[in-house]
Design a protein around this ligand. Structure first.
Ligand code: HEC
Ligand code: HEC
Length: 343
């Protein structure tokens, strides 16, 4: 048994990777000044040290679309999280700098502001910290944090935009990621047929989708994990995806080193699935119909399978109804035109 400082250090570590970051984030928040779509019942959390304003969101949008944030000017955030592709790249895994491929599927940026932790394994505690990942990832943008700052300082048009956003023209990596995160906090989808039904429009969803809704919250047991208005508990579960591979991706385990986290990944939102195929952390499931079949057979059995994943024995028409309900979770796309970039 660990005692004294060793035990304390272990607690601090486990808290830092989850609970502590979360609690801190929730306590220190500032206001969200924009209108939310129908069905999005709460504003996203905004860290107190990064309040939102129009100038910062505008700067963040330009940085998000700027390929000069990659080492050889070929890849931007929008390359892999493309607004015209449901803010993903619609590929099983992403292709970054020099055509290099990663091992996980790009999640959507839509409503990512509602994730309590970022990445499939939750290794980043905020959108700000998340944005530093791809810049330095050798198979994504292949650059470095000082490299990006140097590059942006060399582009004359950026300093005035940093001044507008932050009050002074200095360019630092913290400001870069704060601007990008601020832009991402405005990428929010809602107003799906399901939302309009909840808001009182009884005709918003078909009969079939309404039956599917009953399955989602009942026999299908989907809502134990896909919960709340963004259909995610922001928690990590092993449902078996990829676990039959010889060397499976262990997901959350690589962050926490807790045995129960082996093969656990973050529950994704179920909004706008129509635009974000293929599905799952490894992009291994091509269609929603295959997703439903996967759950119907009880996921992929393995030692760490979440106890709530069990064979469902859905009939063919129940599967169709459940699919109709998933369709009714696709709402307004968030169309953002690529901005003009500072020179
Ligand atoms: C080469 C493709 C690629 C590029 C470029 C890229 N991303 Fe990603 N992004 C991914 C992949 C793949 C993941 C999932 C990785 C993981 O979970 O380990 C991801 C995860 C994320 C997440 C977490 C979402 C969630 O649901 O947890 C956010 C937010 C995000 N990226 C934003 C950005 C931003 C901002 C940039 C630019 C600074 C960027 N990405 C650049 C591929 C890319
Ligand atoms: C025990 C928690 C849990 C339950 C119950 C559950 N899910 Fe999931 N769901 C997850 C997790 C975790 C993932 C991501 C798994 C991965 O990529 O390895 C996921 C992924 C998905 C995806 C893919 C989304 C994407 O963007 O890739 C869909 C669709 C989905 N679930 C629908 C459902 C439906 C429909 C049900 C009910 C039949 C259901 N889920 C039940 C936790 C759950």
């Amino acid at each position: 048994m660990k005692t004294g400082w060793a035990a304390l250090a272990a607690v601090a570590l486990s808290l830092a990777s989850g609970g502590y970051a979360r609690a801190q984030f929730e306590e220190q928040t500032s206001t969200f000044p924009y209108k939310l779509p129908v069905g999005i019942l709460q504003p996203p959390l905004v860290p107190a040290d990064n309040p939102l304003n129009d100038a910062k969101v505008d700067l963040g949008k330009r940085l998000y679309f700027d390929k000069r944030l990659s080492k050889n000017n070929t890849i931007s955030c929008a390359t892999c999280h493309n607004p015209t592709k449901g803010w993903t790249d619609q590929s099983p895994v992403s292709t970054g700098i020099h055509g290099l491929k990663g091992t996980r599927s790009a999640p959507t940026v839509l409503n990512a502001a509602y994730n309590l932790l970022q990445f499939w394994d939750g290794r980043a505690p905020s959108l700000e910290e998340q944005a530093k990942g791809p810049i330095q990832n050798p198979v994504e943008m292949g650059f470095s944090l000082p490299g990006v700052v140097r590059r942006l300082k060399s582009i004359r048009g950026y300093a005035p935009l940093f001044k507008k956003a932050f009050g002074s023209p200095g360019i630092t990596i913290e400001r870069v990621v704060r601007a990008i995160a601020s832009f991402e906090r405005t990428v929010i989808t809602g107003n799906a047929p399901y939302d309009r039904l909840q808001a009182g429009d009884a005709t918003a969803m078909s009969r079939e989708a309404q039956k599917g809704m009953a399955i989602f919250f009942g026999k299908g047991n989907c809502s134990v994990c896909h919960t709340g208005f963004n259909f995610s508990d922001s928690d990590f579960h092993n449902i078996g995806v990829g676990m039959s591979r010889p060397k499976p991706d262990l997901g959350r385990f690589d962050v926490t080193k807790e045995d129960r986290d082996r093969g656990a990944f973050k529950t994704p939102t179920l909004r706008n699935l129509k635009d974000t195929a293929p599905y799952m952390h490894d992009g291994s499931v091509k269609t929603l119909s295959e997703v439903v079949d996967f759950y119907d057979r009880g996921g992929e059995p393995n030692q760490w399978l979440d106890g709530r994943i069990k064979p469902l024995h859905l009939t063919a028409s129940e599967k169709k109804e459940l699919l109709s309900f998933l369709d009714a979770l696709t709402g307004d796309p968030v169309n953002v035109q690529p901005p003009t970039l500072p020179q």
